[in-house]
Ligand binder design. Sequence first.
Ligand code: ADP
Ligand code: MG
Length: 272
Amino acid sequence: MAAEKRDKTEAVKTEAVKPRLEAELRELHLPTVRSSYEELARQAEAETLSYERYLLNLCDRECQDRRQRKIERLLRESSLPLEKTFETFDLKRLPTKVARQVQSLRAGDFVDRKENLLAFGKPGSGKTHLLCALAQDLVHQGRRVWFTTCSLLVQTLLAAKRDLKLSRVLKRLAGYEVMLIDDLGYVQQDRAEMEVLFTLLADRYERGSVWLTSNLPFSKWEAIFKDPMTTAAAIDRLVHHSVIVELNMPSYRLEHAKNAKEEEASAAPTGS
Ligand code: ADP
Ligand code: MG
């Protein structure tokens, strides 16, 4: 009887505590603790957990949710094409040397050393997909990554320069640990375009990792950077601390189209 009464007064006390507790959890920005504390308290009672254990379970949940929210935010701000992952990438297609390189790149420590990653190969060889998959892996490690095509980047920088905001934009971009510039060389840059691109590369030199994909080997980069001096300076900065991946493979699209055709041919009835 007495125990029942005590339980009842405890329950009344808990109810009185709730509004204050929830207000304070809101003030402390602990949304998961706020939404989970009651459920976990019931569980702790049922399993007679210690106070410390209960608090730990609650903190675990908050940390887990926070990590997940952070990854979601990083993925959103990365502008990465999210469907290009290792799940959808056939690693067996890669030459052994490249497969080994990719294996070690996935650890991500080359980004801490501010090393660059340059991927070369014919159109369709999988450069964009491979670097996007790697980049997404690194976002899942909590790293800040930004994906852009070269032509979009150049247009953004030109607009910023025109509005006298170039240094502000460069500063914002410096906040990304990885900048993935897709398809260097696809755009026919005129001088002004080449200059902003060069300014960006010079700005990032030894300060942040630059990842590039290009169909053009270095020997053809003068078409991008116009004069031999600037071309040499750009290549020099990019290559100084870098990993170079050569995807000397046939086009994935072409190969798939060919396979599909062959299958169709072998499936078709022969003779008349
Ligand atoms: P690149 O950037 O070298 O021109 P992409 O990465 O755009 O080539 O690849 C062309 C297409 O082929 C894309 O749809 C891509 O998803 C696909 N692809 C390329 N390589 C692979 C691979 N190893 N596994 C699965 N899909 C691939
Ligand atoms: Mg590409």
